[in-house]
Design a protein around this ligand. Structure first.
Ligand code: ZN
Length: 425
């Protein structure tokens, strides 16, 4: 572990206890904590506002929830885990037998100690989630059942960090911020997005970066509805989810499948680790679904480690602080940083001495010592010089040559400094 990995982990740890949902105080508190590290513009959209085919729901506030036995002991208590109450549960205050209560109880028999994560955002319902071993021990009752919640007119909140670059062309990075105490899905990615934004805020960049922290589905839909006229500026994008588990990294392609972000992410991930996955687009998953809907068709891929639903801890209490690691978080941030570097440095060049090979030695472009390193460095420069006819980008050259993008970009910078290459833009 290093300082960055530890800091990412500590940020996940700090956000973990907060009870988030798609609206409400936990979401606002989370955005406020992100806003301590990066400049964040907060938008509130009133309940009832139509957004694309959806309507912004009422705001949900939960104060307390429990199931108590005849002796008054809380056998299920939201103070022990935020997951115990189904998200968006309507209020209830009743005494009932187990057979009446049972349809409102959710557990995972295959994992008797885990609590499932359930929500009912768009259908009025209430429910409790509990460990199956607790459910199996419950007698016929009666039980005191209480959910002290409010569903009332309020607003939906999202936050955006906008970092202006040399151009108005945008890169969008998006993380959903609506899950309660689940570490991998999606506090890991909230931490990665926040730290990436913080790094970008401290340096010059070509693109304008927009880092979006919005509740899943409805937040992305609301954001798209409000930014429809500006979507043409988006050149590249990634949704970030599940970036803290110990599995290999995975990139899910855009709907188009062959955009620069698809190629940049595949190039970076497959060279960082042989077990990295690159998978095709499917219209399911995180908010890449909304960005890749046919009416928008934005070049937004999805970056994760083990994808959603492909680990058994997904959407359960086992997605906890032990399930994510500082090393994995740091590795994910490293991969994202490298993908961003490809986007930043990818361009076409024109060879200013295109007739025959320019004499590199005379210009001091070879290191003094001979050996395999020299041969590779020479080959890298020859690839860039040969392909720089204004039609091939550095990423094209990387794919064709088998060299890493970074080597080629460094070679280009050296050739540019010696007036052998000129940028086309
Ligand atoms: Zn989720």
């Amino acid at each position: 572990m290093t300082a960055v990995g530890d800091a990412l982990y500590a940020f996940v740890e700090r956000l973990f206890p907060i009870n988030r949902s798609i609206t409400g105080p936990g979401l606002r508190q989370t955005l406020a904590i992100i806003g301590e590290r990066i400049p964040l513009e907060i938008t509130e959209i009133p309940s009832g506002t139509p957004v694309l085919d959806w309507t912004v729901p009422r705001e949900w506030t939960l104060r307390d929830a429990f199931i108590a036995d005849a002796a008054g002991r809380r056998i299920v208590d939201v103070r022990a885990s935020n997951l115990h109450v189904m998200g968006y549960s309507t209020p209830v205050d009743a005494t009932m037998r187990l057979d009446e209560l049972r349809p409102h109880l959710h557990s995972i028999p295959e994992h008797p100690t885990w609590i499932p994560y359930r929500t009912s955002y768009y259908a009025e319902a209430w429910g409790f989630c509990l460990a199956d071993e607790v459910l199996q021990r419950m007698d016929a009752g009666p039980y005191r059942v209480r959910i002290d919640s409010t569903l009332a007119a309020g607003s939906l909140t999202y936050g955006e960090c906008i970092l202006p670059g040399a151009t108005d062309d945008e890169v969008i990075l998006s993380a959903h911020v609506c899950h309660p105490s689940l570490a991998n899905d999606n506090l890991s990615s909230i931490a990665i997005a926040t730290f990436m934004a913080s790094e970008l805020a401290q340096r010059e960049h070509r693109y304008t970066y927009r880092i979006l922290f919005a509740p899943g589905t409805i937040g992305a839909i609301a954001w798209l509805a409000q930014h429809e006229s500006a979507l043409g500026r988006i050149r590249h994008g990634l949704t970030l989810a599940c970036l803290g588990d110990r599995g290999p990294m995975t990139y899910k392609r855009t709907r188009r499948g062959d955009t620069v972000i698809d190629r940049a992410a595949a190039h970076v991930l497959t060279r960082r680790a042989p077990d990295a996955g690159v998978i095709d687009f499917v219209p399911y998953g995180s908010d890449e679904r909304q960005f890749n809907s046919p009416g928008f068709d934005l070049p937004v891929g999805a970056l994760s480690r083990t994808p959603y639903r492909q680990y058994s801890e997904y959407h359960t209490s086992a997605d906890d602080l032990d399930f994510v690691s500082a090393d994995a978080l740091e590795d994910s941030l490293g991969a994202l940083r490298q993908i961003v570097d490809v986007l930043e440095r990818d361009r076409t060049y024109t060879n200013l001495a295109p007739k025959g090979e320019p004499q590199l030695g005379r210009r001091g472009l070879y290191p003094v010592t001979d050996g395999p390193e020299l041969a590779r460095r020479q080959l890298t420069m020859l690839w860039v010089l040969n392909q720089s006819d204004g039609a091939h980008s550095l990423l094209d050259v990387a794919e064709r040559s088998g060299m890493t993008f970074e080597e080629l970009a460094d070679a280009s910078a050296a050739l540019e400094a010696h007036d052998l290459l000129a940028r086309d833009d």
